[in-house]
Ligand binder design. Structure first.
Ligand code: UD1
Length: 419
């Protein structure tokens, strides 16, 4: 077990460069199995979820080479479509469900364990299944595995009942190899959906409308390898923006796409933080006092659910009472108990957290309950009045590359210990 020890009270100053988007690359790596080919993917973050996905694909028969942030994925030899043996690996992350769409697209069949991932509420995959069934797949869920077969994979008109990032990408992965036209309505619009679609189009797919709520996919018979560079991570960028703001720091965050950050920039600005677009990034300058604000999580381009936990730390020291309404995942407030242990004043009423700012957070031993809660705990540690110990940081390693090194480079006092 590893833990972070953070000595709070140091404003972050300097520059940090953002790595590739976790949730994009976790769709792109499975997409590479859609044909017998070799693809080169750049700007791949070195994080646990990515390494696990690589590990699973290698076990299925892909040859994968990594050099720094570049992955070369060779799927010329047949890839197994039955992933059921690897339920330990797939159970540790959400994105393992993308193997369903990718393997169904290539082989017309797939057996994949139900996914794991952060414990943040009910996470059904009924919309994924509904999409695969519409494409002609027979789907059975038994012994914890999803088994699908579709001798005739055919394009279809699919209207999602909820806006789902996972279902949109997953059905897109299968539909690129189906016969005819698939139309996805009420599709999610997150930047990583556009990124996966761009990668697929470079592989020879024919996808139009990604980034809007109607995506049209004309199935193709042939696909080929390509070279691609993954977009920067929107959530990591937001985390560093908030870390700069909460520590009253001054940080230039490089390799970002400012357009993807608009919801976060707007809310930080409303709090009184200075956010400036510069030539090669976004500069965030923390100010005091932070003003109380209200945030409601929404699908993109709304405020991302993945950033409400770090945002709660800013609210915990803002002047007045702020609210967060979580409209995507009903149990995404588990972390507030840890913030309360540090002196934060938080009350929860159904899906809304009310947070009344206090002067400072008090350092203590806290626990990470999931990936983004972990980011919030680190931010809390950075401003606490002494030494904070954060346990269960394995969750953080799933999604943040070099977090401790980057923060140290910005002047934070943070170290990792093994227990
Ligand atoms: C993905 C992200 C996760 C992020 C979330 C929302 C990955 C690997 N994970 O998760 O980091 O927090 O998007 O931006 O990319 N839903 C259904 N049925 C379904 C699918 C989803 O009811 O079949 C519901 C979910 O319970 C949730 C909402 O739809 O309430 C959105 O979920 P979704 O966008 O699918 O999130 P994930 O793909 O699980």
């Amino acid at each position: 077990m590893e833990a972070f020890i953070i000595e709070g009270g140091n404003p972050l100053r300097g520059e940090v460069t953002i790595s590739g988007a976790k949730n994009a690359v976790l769709g792109i790596i499975p997409a590479a199995v859609l044909c017998a080919c070799t693809s080169k993917i750049e700007n791949v973050p070195d994080i646990k979820d990515v390494n696990k996905m690589v590990d699973i694909l290698e076990k299925l028969g892909a040859e994968i080479y990594r050099e720094k942030d570049t992955l070369i994925i060779n799927t010329e030899k047949p890839i197994a479509y039955d992933v059921s043996e690897y339920d330990e690996e797939t159970g540790q992350m959400r994105a393992s469900y993308y193997l369903l769409g990718a393997l169904l697209g290539r082989y017309r069949k797939a057996i994949v364990p139900l996914p794991g991932g952060c414990n943040i509420g009910d996470r059904p995959i009924d919309q994924h299944i509904k999409g695969f069934q519409a494409l002609g797949a027979k789907v059975v869920i038994e012994h914890g595995h999803v088994k699908m077969e579709a001798p005739n994979l055919k394009g279809a008109h699919i209207f999602f009942d909820v806006v789902s990032v996972g279902a949109t990408i997953n059905v897109m992965l299968a539909a690129v190899r189906a016969d005819g036209l698939t139309v996805l309505e009420n599709a999610a619009k997150e930047p990583h959906i556009v990124d996966v679609a761009n990668f697929l189009n470079l592989m020879g797919a024919n996808i139009k409308g990604a980034g809007t709520d109607v995506i049209k996919i004309r199935g193709v018979d042939e696909m080929h390898g390509c070279e691609y560079s993954v977009i920067p991570d929107q959530i990591t960028t937001g985390t560093y923006m908030m870390a700069a703001a909460v520590t009253k720091g001054n940080v230039l965050i490089k390799n970002v796409i400012p357009k993807h950050m608009e919801a976060i920039t707007a809310k930080l600005t409303e709090m009184g933080v200075e956010v400036r677009e510069e030539d090669d990034g976004i500069r965030v300058i923390g100010k005091r006092p932070l003003k109380a604000i209200n945030v409601k999580t929404m699908p993109y381009p709304g405020f991302p659910t993945d950033l409400q936990q770090p945002m709660a730390v800013l609210m915990a020291i803002a002047r007045g009472t702020s609210t967060i309404t979580e409209s995507i995942f009903e149990s995404r407030f588990k972390y507030v108990d840890e913030l309360r242990r540090m002196g934060a004043t938080v009350s929860i009423n159904s899906r809304t957290a009310s947070i009344t700012g206090v002067k400072t957070l008090s350092a203590t031993k806290i626990r990470t309950t999931d990936l983004r809660a972990g980011a919030a705990m680190v931010l809390a540690g950075l401003i606490a009045d002494g030494e904070t110990k954060i346990t269960d940081i394995v969750h953080i390693d799933r999604g943040y590359e070099n977090l401790q090194e980057n923060l140290r480079g910005l002047g934070a006092v943070i170290r990792r210990i093994s227990e």
